[in-house]
Design a protein around this ligand. Structure first.
Ligand code: ADP
Length: 317
């Protein structure tokens, strides 16, 4: 797939010596690209540099095969942006707000109005277009932010934590909206500190840690990496040493550990590279016990980081 934005060796050092040291990223045209990292890893700094709100100290950004200069208004017109927790003037209506941004992007008054109305239809806020944004709910603000980022039809939009603080219903609306954007061939860079959030929305991801890129690839590759080593927690009516040693012998199971619950060992955790729940249940039955539950643990981004960082030869700062 054709590359739309390529970032190499991006650097920014703040006065206190923190910042980013080596961000690289390849964003393909027409994809929703997840930009993942723990809080403080450098996502905002990177996005601000792309938006021309901060100056880089090194590295290169290319857009559509050419060097991209964030200080150049024409270059920046290619990128739309919706910040996390934006401040929008509360006295403007939704339509006025989106139109104001259209005006800033060089559209005429009537073009801005028309584009604002079309975009508000797309984000399902058309019926609320004459309501003041000060009266919008958090979910409505997230959607109007996406409309703002899209005005002027930029080639790529950047959404910073678009679902943070949203309830599940509002999150699902944003997710559907992103699906729609993808169908329309839009390219989206979506930042988040929640792996679960990007898992359902993004085709590709870049993971950064302490100011550097530590992994980039397709979501499917990452999921494969994940499921290769799924952690399970299994609960039994009782556990004997024989049960533990038999479970240890099952092919694909490793790192079996007994969790001592109130003096009586009833729980085990282990990692497995395939679904072994039936095997484990059989071992329990054969040894006069019963498997009460066996649940694959959802792995957190922190765990993934530990795994990724732990596998690296060079040490991170
Ligand atoms: P993220 O968006 O992933 O939470 P940031 O880009 O905000 O990460 O921060 C990256 C690093 O730079 C952190 O160590 C943070 O403390 C530091 N940092 C961010 N903004 C500033 C600033 N204006 N002045 C000094 N340090 C900053």
């Amino acid at each position: 797939m054709a590359e739309l934005m390529k970032i190499t060796g991006l650097k920014k050092r703040y006065d206190n010596n923190s910042g980013i040291t080596d961000i690289r990223m390849n964003i393909s045209k027409g994809t929703i690209h997840g930009f993942l990292g723990l809080n403080g890893s450098g996502k905002t700094t990177t996005m601000k540099i792309i938006m021309g709100l901060l100056r880089k100290d090194g590295g290169m950004i290319e857009y559509d095969g050419r060097e991209y200069d964030p200080a150049n208004v024409n270059d920046r017109a290619n990128i739309g942006f919706s910040p996390d927790l934006p401040f929008y003037p509360p006295y403007l209506t939704g339509e006025e707000l989106v139109a104001v941004y259209g005006h800033m992007r060089g559209l005429t008054k009537s073009e801005s109005k028309k584009a604002a109305q079309d975009l508000l239809k797309m984000v399902e806020l058309y019926d609320h277009r004459n309501k003041k944004v000060g009266k919008y709910s958090r979910g409505m603000l997230a959607r109007v932010g996406i409309a703002v980022s899209l005005i002027g039809d930029p080639g790529m939009i950047i959404l910073d934590e678009p679902t943070s603080g949203l309830d599940p219903a509002a999150t699902s609306t944003v997710r559907n909206l992103l699906g729609k954007l993808r169908k329309d061939g839009k390219t989206v860079l979506l930042s988040s500190h929640l792996l679960g959030e990007v898992q359902n929305m993004c085709q590709n991801i870049t993971i950064i840690h302490a100011g550097s890129t530590i992994m980039e690839g397709s979501m499917n590759d990452l999921i494969e990496k994940f499921s290769n080593d799924q952690r399970y927690v299994a609960e039994f009516s009782k556990i004997s040493p024989t049960i533990v040693s038999e479970i240890r012998k099952v092919e694909g199971i490793n790192k079996v550990q007994v969790i001592d619950t109130e003096g009586r060992p009833m729980k085990l955790t282990f990692y497995a590279n395939s679904d072994i729940r039936e095997n484990v249940a059989m071992i329990a039955v054969k040894n006069g016990s019963m498997m009460i539950s066996c649940t694959p643990e959802g792995q957190s981004l922190e765990e993934l980081f530990l795994k990724l960082v732990g596998n690296r030869d060079d040490k991170l700062p």
